[in-house]
Design a binder for this molecule. Structure first.
Ligand code: AMP
Ligand code: ZN
Length: 461
């Protein structure tokens, strides 16, 4: 089935045609100076869904994601302090310690969301050599120049800048910001490399003295190292479009004359009260905030699926709670299909559901439509093990651990509690026959029982 993806570069949905057998993807990863918030994780849920959809279509992936542990200044342009260095000063810690601490938490949260880890994780500070070489090539090719503050990219040397957005360079200049370097040739020239002031903590020897990288160069250097000069897909958040990705394209054109990725895909913002949720505004919630409110982290994925990734999504706790209930209902529905004894569902019915789901995910990851198919299967009047298997297949894309027991328990009737106690006793006495008989009685009364590490769980069928 054909797969269509929206490409920010062409501003339309295009047929996805791979460059070769292995799909190469690059995703801009976290800047690890603080906890990632659920807004950031919307971008990674999108990245995960893209990976899973490609795999569902039979592709093999080589996917690299960076960890920004140096070079991201307070503004996405070249102003302010390095975010990591600032956090290190504030917390009175070594910048590497700060970066490691937040990177570890980031991956723990990714696990809690059951997000597939990209094949390659690369840290900016491990690639200083590749970055200096990249900058040297740009300078050698005549696209870069030195000032007393650093090395800049000369955007006037490009045939077209910007190319991801429909605007003229002058439009940005009209809303001018205070210039950080008066020696710049063009107001939109951006820093490739920055000479370190005396008290700067993260700096390296380079052809331009003790200095540190600009933010955009890390992604160019690492994507070309791991994926080559031209790869299939580049992902990020919409905030990357005007500066970071525009400048990655400029750098690659300056070095090898190519736009690095065929497809540029961007996830829109998670908002709160209609505005931006961001670390700098201080209005953030984390995965742990959800857990504290009794919301399973994986339910947040369902919350994200309620809207297309290219639309803004407004976060509310009511919405997240309702996603949490949905997660339990879906898992309950799956269990009902697993336990069905007769199977009256035909292969045609199965194929029809599968096709609808596949068509939705292949239409630029249309998860709201895909979820409506999931619900149709979950609630289907005929119960069927084949439908349970189909839901398991859908879960390759959803990644919501559909076969886990539902967490929300309805109050169990007294007689069921008594039967559970009797069964526990039978098992303690290793009376497996009695234990099985009691399990069947419980099932006849409309409850399923599952033995877990923490004891026994019962659930209404
Ligand atoms: P950062 O750690 O700030 O570099 O951001 C990591 C990722 O989160 C980037 O892809 C951003 O585009 C994305 N991001 C930041 N804030 C939000 C938000 N409120 N909603 C969705 N994505 C976001
Ligand atoms: Zn990047």
């Amino acid at each position: 089935m054909e797969l269509k993806l929206y490409n920010t570069l062409s501003r339309k949905k295009e047929d996805f045609i791979p460059i070769n057998d292995i799909i190469r993807i690059y995703s801009c990863g976290p800047t690890v100076y603080s906890f990632a918030h659920i807004g950031n994780f919307r971008a990674y849920v999108f990245m995960d869904t893209l990976r899973r959809v490609l795999k569902y279509n039979g592709y093999i992936l080589k996917h690299a994601m960076n960890i920004t542990d140096v070079g991201h200044l307070e503004s996405d342009a070249d102003e302010g302090e390095d975010k990591i260095a600032k956090a290190a000063k504030k917390e009175n810690k070594d910048p590497y310690e700060i970066a490691k601490f937040y990177t570890d938490i980031f991956f723990k949260d990714m696990d809690k969301l059951n997000i597939d880890k990209p094949e390659i994780i690369c840290k900016a500070t491990d690639h200083i050599k590749e970055m200096t070489e990249y900058v040297s090539d740009i300078v050698k090719n005549g696209y870069g120049y030195e000032t007393s503050r650093g090395i800049y990219f000369d955007i006037s040397k490009l045939d077209k800048y910007p190319i991801l957005q429909d605007r003229k360079v002058e439009e940005q200049i009209a809303g001018a910001r205070v210039e950080v370097d008066s020696e710049k040739r063009n107001p939109e020239d951006f820093a490739l490399w920055i000479k370190a002031p005396e008290n700067h903590i993260m700096k390296w020897e380079s052809p331009w003295g003790l200095s540190y990288p600009g933010w955009h160069i890390e992604c160019s250097a690492m994507s070309s190292k791991y994926l080559g000069e031209e790869f299939d897909i580049h992902t990020g958040g919409v905030d990357h479009i005007p500066t970071h990705h525009e400048n990655e394209i400029a750098q690659s054109k300056g070095r090898c004359g190519k736009i690095p990725a065929r497809f540029w895909m961007h996830c829109n913002f998670l908002q709160i009260d209609g505005g931006k949720m961001s670390k700098s505004l201080g209005n953030i919630y984390t995965i742990d905030t959800l857990k504290e409110k009794g919301i399973e982290p994986i339910a947040y994925k369902l919350f994200c699926f309620s809207s297309h990734y290219r639309n803004k999504l407004n976060f509310t706790f009511e919405g997240a709670e309702s996603a949490n209930v949905s997660l339990s209902r879906i898992r309950e529905g799956y269990q009902k299909h697993v336990l069905s004894e007769e199977d009256l569902v035909s292969d045609e019915e199965i194929n029809e559901f599968e096709e609808k789901f596949h068509r939705a995910i292949n239409d630029d990851l249309n998860m709201p439509v895909a979820m409506s198919v999931v619900w149709d299967v979950v609630k289907y009047s005929k119960k069927s093990k084949k439908l349970a298997n189909l839901l398991l297949k859908f879960d390759e894309v959803l990644g919501i651990k559909i076969d886990e027991m539902p967490k929300i328990q309805e109050e169990l009737p007294e007689e069921i509690i008594e039967l559970i106690e009797k069964r526990k006793k039978a098992r303690e006495e290793k009376n497996w026959k009695l234990s099985d008989e009691i399990r069947d009685i419980i099932k006849e009364k409309g409850y399923i029982i599952k033995d877990s590490k923490t004891g026994m769980e019962a659930q209404k069928i």
